[in-house]
Design a protein around this ligand. Structure first.
Ligand code: SAH
Length: 344
């Protein structure tokens, strides 16, 4: 699909034609990755962060939140839940927190790989090549790092150069590929200043980069951030600005499936936060094949507030597990077994 076609779809408003897009994405999903929905247990291990991402509620300038960093024993306890629930993967996510040392993450990865048969995905920000290499050696299978937007100017505005360790995310994604991780990236939809043309380019790049995993979700303003409180403004024509709506999110999920037929694509929590009734299900029937149930204990979960009004915020891992199982079986889909690696 070329950029012009992607752009046309992003601007499409005709319900009949959009129905065709949903159908086409759903068929492509079924043909390439089947009816299995893979579950990845998401563990939010730390909300400390050195970055000042202007959209994110846990950025380092944020003084109103209480910071936490889970101890290794707590992490291993939560990982055991993923095993008990039959999940094939655990996703270890956090702020870019150098208090999570190279060695401490390597030890945790090694322990999980030794004690369980889970695939391990890391999502810990723009860490140096050395860390990525050591963690891969320790057994980590996958790494998630969204490039957020391919519009370089917008990227600079929403990611102030706060520390010397800022790295180019596209370079890191290449490094991850060289280290033979399964590589995941993605974007937010409807960030202020995001144009339709740049969003079409983002989706085009997903295909060019041949990503193994692609996560896309709506931008949700956090009132205590520079972007959410409108301290930063953009001079963009209102017709060019992408809205951060539910429908736009489905368009991006569906188009992502069409450009990356074999990729693992989650129906994200941010999408479920916009439509708590059936956002997850609609994502799954418009291109997605993965769900990431949260396995973080409620005491920490509420503190990992990257955006407000998150779906499932006060639920326990057990509640998330039951709810997600029920939603998937209602769709007539099955729960995936094993690691659920990228199909080739
Ligand atoms: N520190 C890690 C993990 C960040 S949280 C990293 O930098 O990769 C994971 C994702 O949440 C981010 O990549 C971003 O796309 C998304 N996110 C952050 N703030 C958000 C907001 N206000 N609305 C929607 N998504 C947000």
């Amino acid at each position: 699909m070329n950029k012009q076609l992607l752009l046309n779809w992003l601007k499409e408003t005709n319900p009949q034609r959009l129905k065709k897009l949903w159908q086409s994405a759903d068929e492509t999903r079924k043909k390439n990755v089947g009816d299995e929905v893979h579950l990845r247990g998401l563990l939010e291990i730390s909300n400390y962060c050195v970055r000042e991402c202007t959209y994110c509620g846990i950025n380092s300038a944020q003084t109103k939140i209480e910071r936490y960093r889970m101890a290794e024993t707590e992490i291993i306890e939560c990982v055991q839940k993923a095993v008990n629930f039959g999940y094939g993967t655990v996703v270890i996510q956090g702020g870019e927190d150098y208090g999570l040392t190279t060695e401490c993450i390597a030890n945790i990865v090694q322990k999980i790989k030794h004690k369980t048969s889970l695939a391990v995905t890391l999502s810990l920000g723009e860490r140096p090549f050395k860390d990525l290499r050591i963690w891969r050696k320790a057994g980590a299978d996958r790494y998630l790092l969204r490039f957020e937007t391919s519009d370089y100017k917008l990227y600079k505005v929403i990611h102030p150069q706060s520390t010397k360790t800022n790295r180019d995310r596209f370079v890191i994604l290449k490094e991850l590929e060289q280290l033979s991780y399964e590589v995941g990236s993605g974007i937010m939809i409807g960030i202020p200043g995001q144009s339709y043309a740049s969003l079409a380019n983002d989706i085009y790049l997903f295909g060019e980069m041949d990503l193994d995993m692609v996560g896309v979700g709506p931008y949700i303003p956090h009132p205590n951030t520079p972007l959410g409180s409108r301290q930063i403004t953009f001079d963009i024509n209102s017709q060019d600005q992408v809205p951060n709506t539910e429908e736009m999110t489905y368009k991006v999920v569906a188009l992502t499936r069409l450009v990356c037929p074999q990729a693992n694509i989650p129906s994200t929590t941010a999408l479920a936060s916009l439509n708590k009734i059936n956002g997850r299900e609609l994502g799954l029937t418009r291109g997605a094949n993965v769900v990431m149930p949260n396995i973080t204990s409620p005491i920490y979960r509420t503190k990992y507030e990257i955006y407000p009004n998150k779906a499932c915020l006060n639920e326990t891992a057990e509640q998330c597990q039951n709810c997600i199982h029920a939603r998937i079986s209602m769709l007539g889909r099955t729960i995936g077994n094993g690691h659920g690696n990228r199909k080739r």
